[in-house]
Design a protein around this ligand. Structure first.
Ligand code: ZN
Length: 557
């Protein structure tokens, strides 16, 4: 059986060209060798797993190569290259300062430095994790660094540049290694998988790259782990399961729910996620990232900041197109607040649920605030136009917001938020707080009013007595309207009813929504209302009518 070699070692780059994601550093180092412009000390800084030690080794090998290629890569076949590959090079020395950090270790190294190389021009000393050297070891080393022999080159590597003494920093040429981008990592994993004949979904490698957070070494070890149970087919699903990563699908779904103000669906999706064992805070921080990614899609200049695979990027663009920038700002703000307040909340789940409800409510709030401001304006007119207020025939107001769910959502939100955004109360003259009442009380008062206008407005009266009013949410009343036209008429003619109910039931918030039901609408389609309808109806029955109308140039009077 073939021996298993971890991918980070098996695929460790041996040439500058194969180093992933550090091309500018590779180029600079190659140029230095070509121009024979070598410094005595280099410091490679950067996060773990991004290729510092790998580059140091390639650099050292290439410096000593007896016949480098035209592109300044080590030949791999000369005596120097061979001895390095076989680990018996006397010109390239490595010291891991993490485990050899005493003065004694450094003294041994310094003794070696004095000896000139047997092959090649330079002796190269690679000191990994140099920040781990003890203070006295640092001092001992500093003397050598101040006056190095002509043949000595030091390559120091560290993840913690700030721990390096300024006296050492000032003697080094410093290279800052960047995290490897998601794109580069995914590409590299793809190349390795191709070499090994392993099938994969690019999204799967994307997840690995995100998890590795810019460190290729980590990406490769995750890759090895995934292979061990996926065998030869790495799927997105298998990877998110193995890495316990929350599927981005949830975020797309929940955002769809937010955009359509379906707060119950949002809460159900949260429940689904929690039942799968994901952490609530993990979810909410992922949600913030999702909003951030959507926001990034809104401007072509920031689209490159979206670090996802191509197929997912398309989905982000689609969802971003459906969301306004304002919505995303508000949503991001709310999810952030949720994260911040999470630790201090007595009931974390409820805390998150409330945030989700608030996010689902953003669009409705916007819609309502538009309606409310209109209503407010007309309300003011009403006050100035006629005082005191009579029960009937108040100048018409604009139709009430036609979003019944919005109110139930609002009730679920805290009172503070509610109090701040209910200018509706200004319309009402009595400033008393809303008293709750039952549907029976409502129906009784409704009937009283309808009967009281019977003599003056018989048609409105009978329309109001035709059905039974329903109390849907504390102070929202639903009443069927036959069709849009009747809805409009009712809206225009019932300010008196609203005032009456508000006064009698002692609740200034009372609103009526005239609901055009589909079934009623369906019926209405076949019914005959206007003169035009009547004419069409007659023509249908007897086509001669149309000819008659045309020939005699008839019209409605
Ligand atoms: Zn060589």
């Amino acid at each position: 059986m073939e021996q298993f070699v971890v991918s980070a070692i098996k695929y460790r780059p041996l040439t500058f060209a194969s180093v992933v994601g550090q091309s500018s550093i590779s180029t600079t180092l190659k140029n230095a060798i070509q121009r024979q412009h070598l410094a005595h000390a280099y410091l490679f800084c950067g996060p773990r797993g991004v290729g510092k030690t790998t580059c140091a080794r390639i650099f050292a090998k290439t410096i000593n190569c007896l016949s480098p290629t035209a592109d300044m890569e080590a030949c791999g076949v000369c005596e120097s290259c061979k001895s390095f590959a076989e680990g018996r090079s006397y010109s390239i020395h490595e010291l891991d300062a993490a485990s050899n950090n005493s003065v004694e270790d450094i003294r041994l190294l310094i003794d070696k430095v004095r000896v000139p190389p047997q092959i090649g021009k330079y002796s190269v000393y690679i000191i990994d994790e140099v920040h781990m050297l003890s203070a006295s070891a640092f001092n001992a080393f500093l003397k050598t660094l101040e006056e190095p022999p002509a043949h000595a080159i030091f390559i120091l590597a560290t993840t913690e540049k700030h721990k390096i003494l300024p006296t050492i920093l000032s003697r080094c040429q410093i290279f800052d290694f960047n995290r490897i981008t998601i794109e580069d990592t995914v590409k590299h994993l793809g190349e390795i998988a191709d070499k090994e004949g392993i099938k994969y979904e690019p999204e799967a490698f994307n997840i690995i790259a995100h998890k590795a957070d810019g460190a290729m070494r980590d990406a490769l070890s995750i890759y090895d782990r995934v292979i061990s149970f996926c065998s030869n087919d790495i799927t997105y699903k298998a990877v998110i399961e193995d890495l316990n990563v929350l599927d981005y699908e949830y975020y797309f779904r929940i955002t769809d729910a937010f955009l359509e103000s379906r707060y119950t669906d949002a809460i159900l999706i949260l429940d689904e996620i929690l039942r799968k064992g994901f952490d609530t805070l993990h979810f909410i921080s992922g949600l913030s990232t999702h909003f951030r990614d959507l926001l990034v899609c809104k401007d072509p200049r920031t689209v490159p900041l979206l670090e996802v695979s191509h197929s997912i990027a398309e989905r982000y663009k689609q969802q971003a197109a459906q969301s306004s920038v304002e919505f995303l700002f508000d949503a991001l703000n709310l999810s952030n607040q949720c994260e911040v307040g999470y630790k201090n909340s007595g009931n974390p789940r409820l805390h998150v649920e409330l945030s989700l409800i608030k996010i689902a409510n953003i669009r409705l709030e916007k819609k309502n605030s538009l309606n409310v401001s209109e209503e407010k304006n007309s309300g003011k007119e009403a006050i100035t136009a006629q005082q005191p207020v009579s029960t009937v025939d108040v100048p018409k107001t604009k139709p009430l917001p036609d979003a019944p769910q919005s109110i139930s959502l609002k009730n679920m939100l805290n009172d503070a938020a509610e109090a701040s955004d209910t200018p509706k109360e200004e319309v009402v003259k009595t400033e008393e707080p809303g008293v709750s009442f039952t549907e029976e009380q409502l129906v009784e008062k409704w009937r009283q009013y309808a009967q009281s206008i019977q003599a003056k407005q018989p048609r409105l009266s009978s329309a109001l007595l035709e059905h039974t009013a329903k109390l849907v949410d504390g102070y929202i009343i639903n009443y069927p309207a036959l069709h849009e036209k009747q809805k409009q008429q009712l809206t225009e003619r019932t300010q008196g009813l609203i005032d009456f109910l508000r006064k009698e039931l002692k609740n200034p918030k009372i609103q009526i929504e005239w609901v055009v039901e589909e079934t009623i609408l369906e019926k209405a389609k076949n019914a005959v209302y206007t003169l035009d309808d009547k004419l069409k109806f007659l023509i249908q029955k007897n086509p001669v009518v149309e000819k008659l109308k045309k020939d005699l140039d008839l019209d409605f009077r």
